[in-house]
Design a protein around this ligand. Structure first.
Ligand SMILES: [Zn+2]
Length: 368
């Protein structure tokens, strides 16, 4: 949720101006509008090939997004009927739901990472609504009041189960998508969501990164119906995995194209190590819940207090703090104690850490 500094507001939003932007031969970036003003646009990428055009992500199911996409495709000489496939990086509505809407009309096959299957199942089962799962987690994090406030907010929203219809195919690790004259390799990158995937075009040095690597913001972690036990650990491993590829051009779902995946991944990895250190420091003077630690940390590039964020972002920040604390436990730097369903985190005795540098090394190995 932290943002990079040093840019004016206008620079930061320049990538959102509607249009069709050529990335390289046959590859175009198409920013589409989103509702709300947190994330105001999402990039869809159109890749031309002999049998038409494929899309990486499809945007959100909105009239404005649909007409912006239609216009952009027509400037390339295509219409919706020419889309031969839609490959989606992850289940979030701003990437997936317009794909479903287009499939209903044009019968376009949709593929998404197999790791999203459990979340699709959960969405279709009323008993495991994401709202309940989030409330349980927030109560455990010591944020019962926030859980109540969020419940009031979300009960007013209609559920959109029907737009989360399942895909036609599940993408798996190392799958090759052969388009005429181009190969896209699927890499699974769990963290932002369990089933997040990125697409690599090695021949043209391109990484379609979805929300896994974003240039201006750090992606939220595990905002999804079904979570892995250690989503931040997954995310850091997935960052290290993509860092192990050659340096590629970064084609993100939100934000402008960047020259180097390596440079941005290094920033993201160091951001999370700093957050882990800060979170641990707050445990030194006594056990704390995730909510208490989140209230002591600062948020966004403007260093805001948690209470200054809107409810959704307070929720995401509390969850992210919990995932950092869980990772400290996994690295043997903290422990937990539960009372009345609320989890408090305790730093492992500092003297033990100082004298036993082995533990630190074990902790570092987890990242490498
Ligand atoms: Zn997302």
């Amino acid at each position: 949720m932290a943002e990079a500094g040093g840019q004016t507001n206008r620079d930061r939003h320049a990538w959102e101006v509607p249009g069709t932007y050529r990335v390289s031969d046959g590859v175009h970036r198409i920013p589409l509008p989103l509702p709300g003003d947190a994330l105001r646009s999402v990039n869809v990428y159109a890749i031309e090939h002999d049998e038409g055009v494929v899309l990486i992500d499809a945007g959100q199911h909105l009239i404005e997004a649909r007409s912006a996409l239609e216009k952009a495709l027509s400037s390339l000489g295509f219409e919706f009927g020419d889309i031969s496939a839609i490959y989606v990086t992850h289940i979030h509505r701003d990437h997936y739901t317009q794909a479903v809407a287009l499939r209903r009309e044009f019968n376009i096959p949709i593929s998404i990472g197999v790791g999203e299957e459990s979340s699709f199942r959960a969405i279709s089962e009323a008993a495991s609504s994401p709202g309940n799962r989030n409330a349980d987690l927030l109560i455990e994090a010591g944020a019962a009041e926030l859980a109540k406030a969020l419940a009031r907010l979300t009960s007013a929203e209609a559920t959109e189960i029907e737009i989360f219809e399942r895909p036609n195919a599940w993408l798996i690790e190392d799958e090759e998508l052969a388009l005429s004259g181009r190969e896209l390799r699927v890499l699974t990158t769990p963290g932002h969501t369990q089933g997040h995937v990125v697409f690599v075009d090695f021949a043209h040095h391109l990484l379609f990164s979805g929300d896994h690597v974003l240039p201006h913001i750090t992606p939220s972690i595990a905002f999804e119906p079904v979570r892995s036990p250690l989503p931040l650990n997954d995310f850091i491993h997935s960052l290290a995995k993509v860092r192990g590829l050659p340096d590629l051009q970064l084609l993100p779902a939100h934000g402008p194209i960047q020259a180097s995946t390596h440079a941005r991944i290094d920033e993201l990895l160091s951001h999370h190590e700093t957050r882990l250190d800060r979170s641990l420091e707050h445990l030194f003077n006594g056990p704390k819940t995730a909510w208490e630690v989140a209230n002591r940390l600062r948020w966004t590039r403007r260093e805001r207090q948690l209470s200054e964020l809107d409810l959704l972002n307070q929720f995401l920040a509390t969850m992210e703090t919990k995932f950092h604390l869980d990772l400290l436990v996994h690295r043997h730097l903290a422990t937990t104690e539960s009372s009345d369903g609320v989890l408090a985190y305790k730093a492992v005795d500092a003297s033990t850490i100082a004298t036993d540098s082995m533990d630190r090394n074990v902790a570092r190995d987890v990242v490498n």
